[in-house]
Ligand binder design. Structure first.
Ligand code: GDP
Ligand code: MG
Length: 440
């Protein structure tokens, strides 16, 4: 998403003056980019309307740097949509802060419960108690228990009790007598919204009168998050949202959709699987993140200029037919080296997350081109074209022939597979750019 914005913006910046037509065209591009990123259409409509109204007004047309001014408006409006300013959490001084985590299965409730307990213990000196109210799967209780142990935070649980209402009530009594001032309730999730579960959550809400009901939403989901958020909010009147899994892909679609639908602010974001991977939500930072990160297309341009024309054409053909083989891989690798770190290049690719990079042998890509070359040269021409046919004993032979080990060969082949995947994405993007999709 952000690379599309980058492109829209850089086109605008180049223009000295903007006409109303330019602004309309740019707004249309923004609309498309957001829709493609799976942002809810209502959100997109409202957003682009707000942007073009402001932009077509005097602000932009009379400005000396209209392109810049337009970008500022888009940024402002997006920040506004995401809730404006940082929303400070409010805590009760006397008594117990009770947070109830709700959301679909797999959204990150259990993990986030532990993360928040840990964070607030450290930052606010709270004495936290985690409560296991996801009683349907024994594994769910174990999971919370393990996280509690890891953090040295007590977990209230009762594996024999099947009614979460009973557990919640007893946990509350326990917290009162033991002097806990922060209770975080982990609840059950379903794959879909389900009435029995909702009733249970409503009961828990009435019983506990939580200070916060936090809806945990998987940040990787787009449109789907809208209905879910809407339903949870309607039934439970949530007080805020936690958006998880914002570590990999940089899409902000869910953030925009969820804030718009519920009218509730995002309070925290989850940025990884580690228990310290949690941050307060800053709307302006999120807007920046959505609008302006790596300038991918210009990087691709740069890469393309390095590859001479003829090879580029042949490569393009291969990408289209997806026949990218080890010969091309070696070729590409040598050319990419001239660009500097392939890791940096790849981190800017959409859809490439750090985990993927970790799985790749970046060393081979950067410093060990020679080794890769040796390995590939030890293969038969047929193997270079179809690495899929290389079996275990051939891997041994190749390792021997190239003076490497079988795991070097395996790693190289894995790196090739990853690159092939990446090349496919690049191919798709180049295709789009060629069609003039990104041009104003
Ligand atoms: P629940 O079913 O809602 O309780 O979800 P869990 O807390 O069990 O989380 C589901 C999966 O998502 C687990 O594998 C977590 O490690 C993972 N997860 C949760 N939050 C994040 C996050 O912010 N980033 C990443 N990468 N993974 C997360
Ligand atoms: Mg859970």
């Amino acid at each position: 998403l952000n690379e599309k914005f980058q492109n829209i913006f850089s086109n605008l910046k180049r223009k000295g003056k903007l006409s109303e037509e330019d602004i309309k065209a740019a707004s249309r591009e923004i609309k498309l980019a957001l829709l493609e990123a799976d942002v809810n259409f209502k959100v997109v409509k409202q957003f682009t309307k707000a942007v073009s109204e402001r932009a077509v007004g005097e602000e932009v047309l009379k400005s000396l740097t209209p392109g810049q001014q337009f970008i500022k408006i888009v940024n402002d409006e997006m920040t506004k949509l995401l809730g404006g300013e940082l929303q400070k959490m409010e805590f009760v001084e006397q008594g117990i802060n009770i947070f109830m985590m709700v959301g679909l299965q797999g959204a990150g409730k259990t993990t986030t419960a532990a993360k928040i307990a840990n964070l607030l213990r450290k930052e606010k000196k709270f004495k936290p108690l985690l409560v296991a109210c996801d009683v349907y799967r024994p594994a769910a209780i174990d999971q919370l228990e393990i996280l509690g142990k890891e953090l040295d935070i007590p977990v209230y649980l009762n594996k024999d009790e099947k009614d979460p209402r009973v557990i919640a009530k007893k946990a509350l009594e326990f917290a009162e007598t033991e002097g806990y001032n922060l209770m975080i309730i982990d609840t059950a999730g379903r794959l879909q919204i389900d009435e029995t579960l909702m009733n249970e959550l409503v009961d828990l809400k009435e019983l506990l009168e939580p200070t916060e009901i936090l809806l945990v939403v998987d940040g990787m989901t787009g449109q789907e998050s809208v209905n879910v958020a809407d339903e949870f909010n309607r039934q439970l009147e949530i007080t805020g949202v936690v958006l998880t899994k914002l570590d990999g892909d940089t899409r902000g679609g869910a953030a925009l959709s969820v804030t718009y639908t519920t009218g509730k602010t995002i309070k925290y974001i989850g940025t990884g699987e580690k228990l310290t991977d949690i941050e307060l939500f800053y709307p302006d930072r999120m807007a920046n993140r959505i609008l302006g990160m790596g300038d991918v297309l210009s990087l691709i341009d740069k890469a393309q200029n390095m590859i001479d024309e003829e090879k580029a054409r042949a490569l393009e053909e291969k990408l289209r037919t997806q026949e990218f083989d080890l010969n091309d891989f070696l070729d590409q690798m040598q050319q990419l080296q001239e660009l500097g770190s392939i890791g940096d290049l790849m981190e800017m690719m959409p859809g490439v997350n750090k985990k993927m990079l970790k799985g790749m042998n970046m060393d081979a890509a950067e410093g060990q081109t020679k080794q890769t070359e040796a390995i590939i040269r030890s293969m038969t021409p047929e193997e270079r074209l179809k690495p899929g046919i290389i079996n275990g004993s051939r891997r041994k032979r190749i390792a021997l022939g190239s003076g490497t080990t079988v795991s070097d060969v395996n790693r190289m082949l894995k790196g090739f597979e990853q690159t092939k995947k990446m090349m496919k994405q690049m191919g798709a993007m180049q295709g789009k750019a060629k069609k003039g999709r990104f041009k104003l």
